[in-house]
Design a binder for this molecule. Sequence first.
Ligand SMILES: *Cc1c(COP(=O)(O)O)cnc(C)c1O
Length: 410
Amino acid sequence: MALVNEHFLKLKSNYLFSDIAKRVEKFTSENPDKKIIRLGIGDVTRPLPQASIEAMHRAVDDLSRSETFHGYGPEQGYDFLREAIVEHDFAPRGVKLAADEVFVSDGAKSDTGNIGDILERSCSVGVTDPVYPVYIDSNVMSGRAGDMLSDGKWSNVTYFPCTAENDFCPALPTGQVDIIYLCYPNNPTGTTLTHEQLKRWVDYAIAHNSIIIFDAAYEAFISRSEVPHSIYEIEGARRVAIEIRSFSKTAGFTGVRCGYTVVPKEVIATTADGREVQLNGLWNRRQCTKFNGASYITQRGAAAIYTPEGRAQVLETIGYYKENAAMMRSGLEAAGFTVYGGVDAPYIWLKTPDGMGSWEFFDRLLHEVNVVGTPGVGFGPSGEGYFRLTAFGRHEATAVAMERIRNWKL
Ligand SMILES: *Cc1c(COP(=O)(O)O)cnc(C)c1O
């Protein structure tokens, strides 16, 4: 008899975005004349860099002739892309990587969800709270998260609260945590860690033989020099950290699909009987079996962001979103809100006034000024009393939303 993987049954449906959609739908059907502005989306809106468009057109043409046709590519990605990543994303920051430490994929969501395959099920897991839900849910599916407790937390997951009280800098665990997920710049809070703050995590991981899964999907939004772009800028990180990046938020690839994972050869985990194993080889084996490579067209498009034209175009689009973020920060502050993030990330995390709950704030914002955002509590218990707005909207709509909020009598 086929039995189901019962760990899946422990997962609650992901109600957050469907809940939001339902409430917005109800409001619009009852108020068809009201113009809603959506600042809740976590998806980009600007078109792809022209350099990528042209490269993908050429790649399509390559596929039309037998001399330049490409079938299955290397599971790990084409050398032209792996080498461009090493040369442009890491070498300028003093990080030396070999191309075979980079594994190209169809995106960071798959990689953050799949990486647990190569680690033992009994490992303990730690996440920042609030959190990108994939880190937890993928561990629930594999049975590693344990069971849900009455407070909504998982029994084998350690939560590191990130709130205004600790300036969104998570405290180190007091005991042993084997696998630690860090996302910086952070989704949903938009906050970052400095070199020094991140170094404490690397030092912890070295001392405890832990592995850090470092999600740097928002690296391209970093403005301030004290914020590391890669965890490998931190001494010792090559021994304990796996870094995951994405072309999605950097270059508008959310619908095209491309990302990559870096597994340095020094990253080691041990077997139960104490043998040391390189995770690079395990991830390679896992990808070769379960993944057949990102498409040639996609990888040509991705590599084009490293050309001079591509880089300029990426910077321009990131600049567009950052202008939104700056406008939102100043608009919200002028309206009397306390805001976090939005400097090195496309997310603004605002404190709801007078201890108002995240969902009450959502409803009032929707009903009274017709702006949609995301309740912070949807990302974890420590998100209660916070609210996420994104800078991925159009300038004009974002400006109108800020004006409405400034004139709002809350
Ligand atoms: C958007 C996002 C990703 C997903 O990236 P894809 O490459 O599109 O799968 C990964 N991590 C975080 C934190 C994100 O917000």
